[in-house]
Design a binder for this molecule. Structure first.
Ligand SMILES: [Fe+2]
Ligand SMILES: [Fe+2]
Length: 417
């Protein structure tokens, strides 16, 4: 659209025809390759019985890979750990994508206040619809697997609001959760009415997607290199289809946070502070690394009770004392698995630094990922040893008390609430 009225323009997106072309192309290609239908069909065809004896990811992407539990597991237990990595990993992705849908929408509202932003908003609409298909596919698999294996939820959860803590195993408590919810709600309101903040949301989304890309690229290779792709396990197909959609999402995050932002007025002091607090929040969320799951930055003390329930389930069948001893060995000792997870944390940190290089308003502690850089194997082990001492004595009792009364009926019906 030309500026027919010679009005002063608050942005120059249309004048940057190369950028407009890139945005248009990203949208067009994503529309053309959209994997929504394939994902829906795959999820609808999923029956756990059909692929329960196979790996769904490369072997090193198994729950607790390279720890004492993995080393001592039988071949069939390893298959379950491999499948549970998928369930746990994508349960985390569901939570992140629920938040993404909300902020795509508030950001689109903030960006649509400018001339010429239709393509950007159409792109975000498509991405939100794709996220709903992703969530639906992940949830179908996760719910069915956990209902069949345990008759109760381990890593999955019922649908949740975008204002819930995004990390499903975080270093948190009731007060921190309430404060996080307020921050998320405040950012939603701000971004819907502020073009710069709407645009800079994609810096945070880009960082988070970058972390996903590191692992999801490897997960998607399992299907791509499968000897008989037509008969590959459906969850492996879903990993591949999802990765294909997400590569467009990452492109749009980069275009918005590195290029479109330069078509807007430079940030005020307030806008720059809010933007940097958002990036700092991402560093906080990604501070920890987990011996249980390589590539997701969970706070392991928050996962002890879930892993304990897994060890006590018929899959591993450990008694109370053996299960506690296994937790000690998996989380408080150095292991090959822990080193792999730390390595991924380091790789993520380096890629975040590179991603932030063109962001002129980023504070140096964000640019250098100073908070994330403070974590180490020693810090991890100290936290675990302290937490295990506190948590282990009452673990069995806590779990019995937490278990919902309706568990019995769930076991009988084979479906999860
Ligand atoms: Fe997604
Ligand atoms: Fe996405």
């Amino acid at each position: 659209m030309n500026n027919l009225f010679q009005e002063p323009q608050s942005n120059t997106l249309l004048e940057n025809s190369a950028l407009c072309r890139k945005l248009h192309l990203n949208l067009q290609r994503n529309q053309k390759q959209d994997h929504t239908q394939l994902l829906d069909e795959a999820a609808a065809a999923f029956r756990y019985e059909d692929c329960q004896d196979e790996y769904w990811n490369p072997e090193e992407f198994s729950l607790l890979y390279g720890t004492a539990l993995w080393d001592e597991s039988t071949a069939s237990q390893r298959v379950v750990l491999n499948q549970l990595y998928w369930v746990a990993y994508y349960s985390q992705i569901i939570s992140a994508e629920i938040a993404t849908i909300y902020f795509n929408q508030t950001s689109a509202a903030g960006l649509y206040a400018q001339e010429d932003f239709r393509t950007v908003c159409d792109m975000l609409d498509l991405e939100s619809a794709q996220e709903r298909a992703h969530i639906s596919a992940f949830k179908t698999i996760a719910d069915q697997v956990e209902a069949k294996l345990f008759g109760e939820r381990l890593f999955s959860y019922p649908m949740r609001s975008p204002f819930t803590e995004t990390m499903i195993y975080a270093d948190t408590n009731a007060l921190k959760r309430w404060w996080k919810q307020l921050q998320l709600q405040a950012f939603g309101l701000l971004s819907a009415g502020n073009t710069f903040l709407a645009c800079q949301y994609f810096t945070v989304r880009g960082l988070r997607t970058l972390n996903g890309k590191l692992v999801q690229h490897k997960l998607s290779r399992y299907y791509q290199t499968h000897l008989d792709p037509d008969h590959a396990p459906i969850p492996a197909k879903i990993s591949y289809y999802h990765f294909m959609d997400e590569s467009f999402h990452f492109n749009s995050s980069t275009l918005l946070s590195h290029e479109v932002v330069n078509c807007l007025n430079p940030p005020t002091r307030f806008e720059s502070t809010v933007a940097n607090l958002g990036i700092l929040g991402c560093q906080k969320d990604h501070y920890h690394f987990s011996a249980a799951i390589n590539g997701i930055f969970w706070f392991d003390p928050a996962i002890y009770s879930t892993i304990y329930r897994l060890l006590r389930s018929p899959i591993f069948g450990l008694d109370v004392e053996s299960a506690k001893a296994m937790l000690q060995r998996c989380f408080s000792q150095e292991s090959a698995g822990l080193h792999r997870s730390y390595q991924t944390h380091q790789e993520a940190m380096e890629s975040y630094k590179a991603y932030l290089t063109p962001i002129s308003y980023a504070w140096s502690r964000n640019r250098e990922m100073a908070l994330m850089a403070k974590n180490s194997i020693d810090t991890y082990l100290n936290i675990q040893r302290r937490s295990l001492r506190r948590v282990l004595p009452s673990l069995e009792e806590d779990i019995i008390n937490q278990r919902p009364v309706e568990k019995k009926s769930v076991l009988e019906s084979g479906t999860l609430p």
